[in-house]
Design a binder for this molecule. Structure first.
Ligand SMILES: Cc1ncc(COP(=O)(O)O)c(C=O)c1O
Length: 341
């Protein structure tokens, strides 16, 4: 890693100072363990209110939140329909299959988004006991490709799923970025899902994610499942304090809006550059671009970012709550210099 700002991921960043202050403030005296503390009670009530949900539960990381969320929704013979690019399919070491014991029905999509048509195409084995029965549709908002479902698109999926006896799970590791892009409320997205996650880690926390369960009835099992899945941390107050800081004055929204604005600045800066092609709409905090392979290698000597698709020479540049305009401009100068090679 160079001393320059990383464009590798929004979890290459440190934590927001307000989050660290909140953790320090929570470090005063003793508190009852396992979430029976004032910080957890306060922030979970706040989260339930903001999402208009039946319950909110804090966990330590996004993969754990996904496994817990899916386990709440799935019966033992059921499968999950998801986009091929979904984090649960590509980046969790098979955790949903191994830990929940489900089958993922992964659907190729051009933009990381499912549609009722794509979901409907996976229902052929319904009623046949040789097939894992589709029970849950998993969407990611914002998607792994930096795109966002519109509210209308999410509502269409929700309506289709309700009419088709399917539950909706939403991976919201970057939900804040999507909400900032759509300029809507948390509750407007949440009403399209049965269970969703709300990421803090990529948006200024040290490590904190929330599982939001919309129906009160479904929430009853979560404490037991969370403990079984080793996501019930004993010093929960420190996780809660992080979310408390993000919820204060909607810091989660301003952090995400800033990260999105920096991605737009980056995208605008390369749009007319020779040899650089943006391959997905830039709607959240990621820019996917195609460069010549020799330019990728040259740029990587000075800058940190992921090669997303080596064969197609597509890279992913991510911005975060603490990416400065000057960081973007310096990176743009680097891209411009390399693209001229
Ligand atoms: C869309 C999405 N979901 C879930 C996760 C999992 O988060 P974690 O690395 O905290 O397990 C990530 C992390 O990159 C992600 O991008």
């Amino acid at each position: 890693m160079t001393g320059r700002k990383s464009f590798g991921s929004d979890n290459h960043t440190g934590a927001h100072p307000a989050v660290l202050r909140a953790v320090m403030e929570a470090n005063s005296g003793d508190a009852v363990a396992y979430g029976a503390d004032a910080w957890t009670e306060r922030v979970t009530a706040q989260l339930s209110g903001a999402f208009q949900a039946g319950g909110a539960f804090l966990v330590l990381n996004g993969s754990g939140a996904n496994v817990l969320g899916l386990s709440v929704l799935l019966r033992r013979h059921e499968a999950v329909i998801c986009a091929e690019s979904a984090h649960i399919n590509t980046d969790e070491c098979g955790a949903p299959e191994r830990l929940v014991g489900t089958k993922l029905l992964a659907v190729p999509t051009p933009d990381g988004k499912l549609t009722p048509e794509l979901i409907g195409g996976q229902l052929g084995g319904r009623g046949d006991d040789h097939f894992a029965q589709p029970g849950v549709v998993a969407v990611t908002q914002s998607t792994e490709l930096g795109t966002c479902y519109t509210l209308a698109e999410l509502r269409k999926i929700a309506d289709f799923c309700r009419a088709s006896d399917l539950r909706v799970f939403l991976d919201g590791a970057r939900l804040a970025n999507a909400i900032a892009y759509l300029d809507c409320s948390l509750a407007e997205v949440a009403e399209c899902a049965d269970v969703l996650t709300f990421g803090g880690t990529k948006n200024g926390a040290v490590g904190a994610e929330a599982l939001i369960v919309m129906a009160g009835g479904l929430a009853a099992d979560v404490p037991y499942l969370r403990k079984q899945q080793t996501q019930l941390t004993s010093k929960m107050r420190f996780v809660a304090a992080q979310f408390g800081a993000l919820m204060q004055d909607d810091l989660w929204r301003s952090n995400a809006a800033h990260a999105n604005a920096m991605a737009r600045r980056l995208a605008d800066g390369v749009r007319d550059m020779d040899g650089v092609q943006i391959v997905h709409p830039v709607q959240a905090n990621a820019v996917f671009a195609r460069l010549r392979p020799r330019h990728v290698a040259a740029l990587q000597r000075d800058w940190t970012f992921h090669v997303w698709d080596e064969r197609d020479s597509v890279v992913r540049w991510m911005t975060a709550f603490d990416t400065a305009a000057a960081d973007v401009d310096a990176f743009l100068a680097g891209i411009r210099a390399t693209a001229g090679l």
